[in-house]
Ligand binder design. Structure first.
Ligand code: GDP
Ligand code: CA
Length: 321
């Protein structure tokens, strides 16, 4: 085992950020790179907002609101309230401190910085020691098909509270999106890849929809471990379960593992779902259960250690060479 071999984790927002914190705690400083979904990004008030990048950054910086999992703890909304009085949209909640992140990011992008560079600067300033990379610097936007028509992701997710039934999802721009040199290099030199317990359809899906990333993730020579966001047939929060169901997937840890099947060598899911272990065996997916509800830093770190330990077991079983 080489504990300093770089670990690449793929993440969306809240679920992904929790395991990212655990991995950062469990690994030596600098050993973790988190590649984050940007297909939820939006422009509001003239600002470029990257909700999943911000969630991961605030969590790794120890600034996040523990109850919500996103946003900055103790933040206020004076700016948003006044924007509302001016007639601006207020359905997407933005805190006052949080607003500084979007202002600074937008400024740096307008000066010609890439999103990867702007993200590195923000994270550096907040003392984040792990590397946080957007999945791409190219624009990619999730579109959700529903009986109410095709919706922009945040319209579906926030404005409509994930109520519409999802009949299809597409990632506009993913076909032509490029891998950044930073993300390509991180994946190529990774010793372990972890799929965080993020929504497999709209958080991990966009990352896998980028051809230049997807090809690189096909690295069966290193252990690649998925972690289930579905526990006991439901998501802890958000629409993952409903979305999996309406798109025809089994709503279980096994259903998530099937979605990720071509990219994983092992899968971790909650102890509560241990009765699924024989089904994993039948399908030839190496699996293990662990306490997977992450409520505080110790529980995040504990799950991360389980995931990394499982990866080492798989590495040691693999034929040498
Ligand atoms: P979003 O972009 O903020 O929606 O975040 P993600 O896609 O990263 O995370 C949403 C998923 O995280 C949901 O499907 C949740 O079930 C899952 N999740 C949240 N907290 C936990 C946790 O403590 N443990 C596990 N296993 N999954 C979690
Ligand atoms: Ca998200």
């Amino acid at each position: 085992m080489n504990p300093s071999a770089p670990v690449v984790a793929l993440a969306g927002g809240v679920g992904g950020a929790k395991l990212a914190v655990g991995l950062a705690e469990a690994l030596p400083p600098g050993a973790l790179t988190v590649i984050v979904n940007t297909a939820d990004d939006l422009t509001l008030h003239g600002l470029h907002i990257s909700p999943d990048l911000d969630t991961v950054m605030y969590n790794l910086a120890g600034l996040s609101d523990p109850a919500q999992g996103w946003g900055i703890k103790g933040d206020t909304t004076g700016a948003l309230d006044l924007l509302g009085r001016y007639g601006g949209p207020t359905w997407f909640r933005l805190g006052d401190k949080d607003m500084a992140t979007h202002i600074r990011r937008t400024q740096r992008l307008s000066e010609g910085a890439r999103l990867t560079e702007a993200t590195a600067e923000l994270c550096g300033a907040l003392g984040v020691r792990s590397r946080v990379l957007p999945m791409t610097d190219s624009p990619v936007a999730t579109r959700v098909q529903t009986p109410e028509g095709e919706l922009e992701f945040q319209d579906y997710f926030v404005a409509r509270g994930t109520r519409p039934r999802v009949t299809g999802v597409r990632f506009q721009g993913a076909e032509t999106a490029k891998a950044t040199p930073e993300a390509a290099e991180a994946i190529d030199s990774a010793g372990t890849i972890v799929y965080c317990p993020s929504n497999p359809i709209v958080s991990l899906g966009p990352i896998l929809a980028i051809g230049e990333i997807e090809e690189r993730l096909r690295r069966p020579e290193i252990p690649r471990i998925g972690v289930s966001p579905i526990i006991g047939g439901s998501a802890l929060r958000g629409p993952a379960a409903d979305m999996m169901k309406s798109l025809g997937h089994e709503v279980s840890a096994l259903g998530v593992a099937e979605i990720l099947r071509d990219y994983i060598d092992g899968f971790v899911f909650d102890d509560e779902d241990a009765p699924l272990l024989p089904a994993f065996g039948e399908r030839g997916i190496a699996a293990r259960t662990a306490p997977s509800v992450m409520t505080d830093t110790p529980s995040k770190k504990r799950l991360a250690i389980e995931v990394l330990g499982f990866a080492e077991e798989i590495r040691n079983q693999a034929p040498a060479g």
